[in-house]
Write a protein that binds this ligand. Structure first.
Ligand code: PMP
Length: 380
């Protein structure tokens, strides 16, 4: 015979077992419906992979400065850099203007950098043909990559920007004479607006609007202008800071309103005025894309080649983060600025591209020994 306690125990056991069973059935139903939902969550084509890049906290730099150092991982775009956003925006704008209408239409650009790779990729997936003019001393790796992506590659001897045989000028005149599209990343406003429409809003959402500084380098100026124009009206206290490599005039343009670099003082001019290992950022003229956000840039930080090289070694050894040269400049400048403003701030920067794009030049010069401390790098 069961005691009354035993009967109560059995009743409780029955209800517990019944509840557990119902709970498990519900979980499995939820799981089924979630699976169906997530299987619908499919990205349509490679262009769907562009943007919405992660924002990653760089642990070593954050711990060493007491600031939250967050970086937009643009190297996770399918073409390996933020230029995917720009190339897609340029092509979409040309389509909207009726300049690209059918498969086989041509898009010309003069670039030895990431823009060519992104344009080649987008042209391939939309059926257009990218024609990329570049200096004939561009690494074979890059030429191979462009050709594998289906671009027509035209190598021209290096020449100054005012020379009609310079690679950007050749691309422009080829486009004009064949009534084709000239992508024109430096002057085309589809560049900064791509960052205004996407990169800026993504940063705002990912940080819940809580950031004190946005800091990055400028090549065309599209990134810094687009992000600054989006974020500044929403966060009036935000400081926008430029990271600038050797040989670039932008630092002085921001700090003193004049375009001048120490390398340009009389008697020191060289044929290759920008004598630096850094690629993709630094320039000696004000482009339309830089001008679009110039007034919103509050400060600038100069970075040397040696600091960038040491930073690349620091990040790969401390964080397993394998970066390209312009990213190394950003990270040195971010650390310097964090030290200047003190702990407790949130600073967002950009991981422009991966070190794999820079194996044959920048990474050949990166030191291999134990990394210097952050203070040592900042004081070189
Ligand atoms: N990093 C790399 C590797 C680049 O190719 C570029 C663009 N030239 C930049 C940074 C700078 O970006 P933006 O052109 O938007 O100023």
């Amino acid at each position: 015979m069961l005691s009354s306690k035993g009967i109560i125990g059995l009743i409780v056991l029955y209800f517990v077992a019944d509840y557990s069973l119902k709970y498990l059935r519900k979980r499995s139903k939820d799981f089924e419906s979630n699976t169906t939902e997530s299987s619908r969550n499919i990205i349509d084509g490679v262009e769907g992979l562009i943007g919405n890049t992660p924002l990653v906290r760089i642990k070593s730099l954050s711990d060493a400065t007491g600031c939250d150092i967050l970086a937009k991982a643009e190297m996770t775009n399918p073409g390996g850099s933020a230029k995917d956003r720009v190339a897609l925006a340029i092509i979409n704008a040309a389509e909207a203007q009726g300049l690209l209408t059918k498969k086989g239409d041509m898009v010309f650009e003069g670039t030895s950098g990431s823009t060519g790779i992104s344009l080649a990729m987008i042209c391939r997936l939309k059926g257009y043909i990218a024609h990329i003019c570049l200096p004939d001393d561009t690494t074979q790796e890059k030429v191979d990559l462009l050709e594998h992506l289906g671009a027509v590659v035209e190598k021209v001897p290096p020449a100054g920007i005012v020379d009609p045989r310079q690679y950007v000028n050749i691309a422009r005149s080829r486009a004009e004479s064949s009534s084709a599209v000239f992508a024109d990343q430096f002057e085309n406003e589809a560049n900064w607006t791509a960052h205004y429409n996407h990169t800026g809003p993504e940063i705002y959402t990912q940080t819940n609007g809580r950031l004190d500084v946005f800091l990055t380098g400028a090549g065309t100026g599209g990134t810094i202008s687009g992000v600054a124009r989006y974020l500044k009206p929403l966060i009036p206290s935000l400081k926008v800071v430029l990271a600038d490599p050797p040989g670039s005039g932008l630092y002085n343009k921001v700090k003193n309103g004049v375009m001048f670099d120490i390398a340009e003082r009389e008697g020191t001019r060289r044929r290759h005025q920008i004598d630096t290992i850094i690629e993709g950022i630094g320039i000696n003229r004000v482009t339309a894309n830089f001008e679009a956000g110039r007034q919103l840039i509050d400060d600038a930080v100069r970075v040397t080649d040696n600091q960038a090289l040491q930073m690349a070694n620091y990040l790969v050894q401390n964080d397993g983060l394998f970066i390209g040269s312009s990213t190394a400049v950003n990270c040195v400048a971010v650390a310097a600025y964090a030290k200047k403003i003190g702990p407790g701030h949130t600073i967002v920067t950009v991981l422009c591209d991966s070190g794999t794009r820079h194996l044959s030049k920048f990474w050949k010069a990166v030191p291999t020994g134990p990394p210097l401390s952050l203070d040592e790098i900042l004081n070189i």
